[in-house]
Ligand binder design. Sequence first.
Ligand code: HEC
Ligand code: HEC
Length: 260
Amino acid sequence: MFYRVGQLIPVFAGLLFAAGSATAAGTGSVKTGKLVYERYCLSCHGAEGNGQGEAAEYMAVKPRDYRQGTYKWRTTPSGSLPLDSDLEHTLLNGLHGTYMPTWRALDQRSRRDVISYIKTFSPRFATEKPQDPIVIPPDPGYSDASVARGTAVYKKYNCSQCHGPGGQGDGPSAHELKDDWGNAIVPYDLTKGHVKCGDQSTDIYRVFMTGLAGTPMPTFADSMSSADAWDLVHFIQSLSPGYAKNMMAAAADRKTGATQ
Ligand code: HEC
Ligand code: HEC
């Protein structure tokens, strides 16, 4: 009987949240979130959520303007709003190489509350639902053969147009790029051993399959197979020993509960 299915879903969803990790999405309090925001986020992101806090003018990479609901680091497809768990992931990891710090020191409740609050700056969250997250198949494992295939994938999709032949962010289009907010933006230097958001292989994978909204970094989800995408992750990881080191350090952190 169909009505039973509808009744069961909330129960299952509840169980999933209860059993989920500390990063599971939850609905926080907007009221408390405003206090957290005023204390920790306002100086950069601004009282109006427009990314123009007083510290912003000194930064080359500007704090996010929340009013459009445009978020770069998501597990949801191109064009979609992020999930709360995506924003939580960003707060836990910070954005490497920018002024956006990690907020691990805040307790999880405060992170959820502030996430609920920043969503109120964009009317989209009241009228749209985020799409389902993309499916990321397990990492088949780093190997020389995969790196060699990934080198070809990098050529095939012309990543070098922006990121340069050696991945250093110096391709022919690198100097003429702007983001949706009108600021100049540079293609990431892939030889640094870190991407901006997260240190896991899956953090690199999702970048090609979701794109970074508001930036020229496109999604390749329509044309790239998951096998090609994993080879590409391994090619990028081959550009610096830092990737493996940072991935292990992040895993050790999680084991000791440092991300809670
Ligand atoms: C010292 C400045 C600074 C502070 C303080 C700060 N941020 Fe940021 N934040 C940034 C910058 C800069 C970016 C943009 C980085 C980029 O796009 O590469 C950013 C981006 C973000 C993003 C966007 C991620 C995406 O997917 O696009 C979120 C969400 C965010 N910050 C949340 C917060 C919250 C919540 C707080 C307070 C708890 C906070 N930030 C405090 C500087 C700051
Ligand atoms: C039209 C230019 C352009 C093309 C083509 C392009 N990128 Fe990017 N890419 C960018 C820009 C710009 C950024 C930086 C975005 C930011 O820092 O906000 C970026 C960022 C990235 C990042 C870092 C993400 C992070 O979390 O910091 C990775 C990884 C990446 N690109 C991989 C690729 C790969 C692989 C391809 C080809 C399949 C590709 N890009 C094609 C412009 C491009």
